[in-house]
Design a protein around this ligand. Sequence first.
Ligand SMILES: NC(=O)c1ccc[n+]([C@@H]2O[C@H](COP(=O)([O-])OP(=O)(O)OC[C@H]3O[C@@H](n4cnc5c(N)ncnc54)[C@H](O)[C@@H]3O)[C@@H](O)[C@H]2O)c1
Length: 322
Amino acid sequence: MNYLVTGGAGFIGSHVCERLIKNGHKVVCLDNFDDLYPKSIKIENVNVLKENPRFQLITGDVCDIDNNIDLLESKKIETVIHIAGRSGTQKANKNPLDFINSNIKATVSILESMKEAEIKKIVYLSTSSVYGHSSKAPFEEHTILENPDSVHTASKQSAEKFLEMYNQIHDINTIILRVFSVFGPNQPPESGIYQFVKANLTNQSIALYGEGNIGRDYTYISDIVDGVILSCDYLNKNIIKKCEIFNLGSGQSDTIVDILTEIEKITGKKTNTFAKPTPNKNTAPGFANIDKASKILKYNPQVPLSVGLKNTIEWIKSKENL
Ligand SMILES: NC(=O)c1ccc[n+]([C@@H]2O[C@H](COP(=O)([O-])OP(=O)(O)OC[C@H]3O[C@@H](n4cnc5c(N)ncnc54)[C@H](O)[C@@H]3O)[C@@H](O)[C@H]2O)c1
């Protein structure tokens, strides 16, 4: 099949592109190389694919509707996997318009392009942040979402609403995946687990927010990619009259202290931490109820935290020459 993957050079997108190519599909990867972290890292993420004739990397912004329509039509795209977006509560509160562009305008632009080009299938990577900080864990898809308490949550909830609207009005078959925290190779250097591993390996001190005892749901990247691919398979076999929403997570709660303990077990070294107050109240505890994805998509995360962390540590060691 022919896929368009937006944000395909980023952390999750690059793995999705790789799996689609491995499964024999054609992939157009559209990425604008935003400034959240260096372009060179994203180019490196898709480097392994660049010689493959079924893979094409296009530099461009999803907000450019004419370019999208041209790509959708000329590349005969059948399914869009919309991953381009931004996350980060503090960054979003500081630069709300960037987040409105990346999360809302980009989503409406791809939907409008699909409407024009008559492309009827989309998988969208949303986030567990739509549940806000006051929903009761484990989070379930049918929960009525709280009013957003940050720009990030507001932008992701709005994107979901537009997807639901285009599904209802323009018959675009839509799957929304509410993804919980993901880790693994290609994760951005600024992300939490990367920073903790690097601090551990280089004997640097690192801030531990609160007491490090807020439980969250961490999933290894290959399990999330499984969920995305299973969603595409489902979309290709079913007419989706009402937009389907699935949680993708591990279904388990782990704290930063649990993660540090695992890292230390693997490296055999202690991590030097110092306490800092939690910077935002949106650092919500919570984990996914994955029953719906398990039942309908046959999603079944396979990689235990210890194995995922071992792979991640090996990758960070090679990246940082440690
Ligand atoms: N990584 C996680 O733990 C996690 C968890 C839940 C949800 N998500 C969501 O999944 C998506 C991808 O996350 P990621 O970790 O891979 O982030 P990432 O920053 O590594 O990847 C996002 C990619 O999208 C591109 N992009 C952004 N705006 C664009 C635009 N307008 N046009 C074209 N390309 C654009 C960026 O250049 C980047 O390569 C984000 O929307 C994020 O909110 C991520």
